[in-house]
Design a protein around this ligand. Structure first.
Ligand code: SD4
Length: 332
């Protein structure tokens, strides 16, 4: 797993300056938004959560360069991370629930608003591809649990059983105390969300995770919920979330961010308002992280988190790096 602490601080005249082509503009001083470059030709933009977002965003970029669609790009970008058995928060290497079972949540959405999702899926390497297949091959949006697995097997997705000693050990250590308190900090929240816009303004988004470690079996977070962990509206833009899913679901987080952009808010300001709404509704909240990413269809993008430490990757024609999200509270 990559080390999230190696993220690059977004300094003055940092990435947003590159994104805007003018000096001394940052996500911070633009209220968390890197605007599209006025008058510049629109190029593709990919945004993705956390360190592993770098690899995912690059892959998305490369898929697009190879003439794939933006939907292919957001699917294949996160597939890379799903296949990484070193990831303890995405894919089959993810930490298990309290019963020792690793259960996966994922969703995908198109420019047109079509959507597919799976939740509580076990023993399948690529939940994001099952989500896409649900969207493309069924009249439904979401399949869950045993039904999702059976459908995946029936539709050509192979079963893959993974038993990693490190994961078993982590579970055993957790069992010793069996403390059921979601501890959400900057080190254990690694859902991957990937948002993309191609050079013509077409959007797509994906989100995939093993969810909260040691959750109650059957618990589903925000990540496979359209409007929660991900929302795409081709008229406006896209958003995704990471962090404690319950907090995100309760405000329909990603949908909220997109709707705020529809009303004219800049992407970073929309993310900030969603974060502040969570804080207003949860006045006692402490040590629980949520971060949002937003991408407008013109390529402007932004981010905001409750706590410091949420970073994300951006891949554009000029840029390929990790940025630190603006936040409400300093961690630690
Ligand atoms: C969830 N949003 O299941 C996810 C958690 C997360 O890495 O971000 N995990 O609530």
């Amino acid at each position: 797993m990559t080390d999230r602490r190696r993220f690059l601080q977004l300094g003055l005249a940092g990435t947003a300056a590159l994104a805007t082509g003018c000096a001394a503009t940052t996500l911070e001083d633009r209220n968390g938004t890197a605007p599209a470059r006025p008058g510049a030709p629109r190029g593709p933009v990919f945004l993705s959560t956390w360190d592993h977002g770098l690899e995912a965003a690059r892959k998305g970029w490369n898929v697009l360069q190879a003439k794939g669609t933006v939907l292919d790009a957001v699917e294949q970008g996160v597939m890379l991370i799903e296949s990484d058995l070193g990831s303890r928060s995405v894919g089959l290497g993810g930490l298990p629930d309290r019963d020792g079972r690793t259960t996966l949540d994922a969703c995908i959405q198109t420019h047109e608003g079509l959507a597919g999702a799976v939740a509580c899926l076990e023993d399948i390497e690529h939940p994001i591809s099952v989500a896409r297949a649900v969207m493309e091959r069924t009249p439904h949006v979401m399949l869950v649990g045993e039904g999702a697995k059976q459908w995946a097997l029936d539709n050509g997705f192979p079963e893959k059983k993974v038993d990693l000693p490190e994961v078993r050990q982590a579970w055993q250590e957790w069992l010793a105390k069996s403390a059921y308190k979601p501890v959400v900090n900057i080190e254990n929240h690694d859902t991957i969300g990937l948002l993309g816009v191609d050079g013509t303004g077409r959007l797509a988004g994906s989100c995939t995770t093993s969810g909260l470690a040691f959750k109650i079996h059957g618990r589903v977070g925000d990540s496979p919920i359209i409007g929660g962990g991900l929302f795409v509206d081709g008229d406006v833009g896209a958003a995704c979330a990471t962090g404690l899913g319950e907090l995100v679901i309760r405000i329909a987080g990603s949908h909220t961010v997109v709707e705020l952009m529809r009303q004219g808010m800049e992407p970073g300001a929309a993310c900030k308002e969603a974060v502040q709404r969570i804080l207003r509704k949860n006045p006692g909240l402490t040590e629980q992280q949520v971060g949002f990413l937003a991408l407008r269809k013109d390529g402007a993008y932004g981010a905001h988190a409750i706590y410091s430490g949420f970073n994300f990757a951006v891949r554009t024609a000029e840029d390929d790096r990790l940025l630190e999200s603006p936040y409400e509270r300093k961690w630690g």
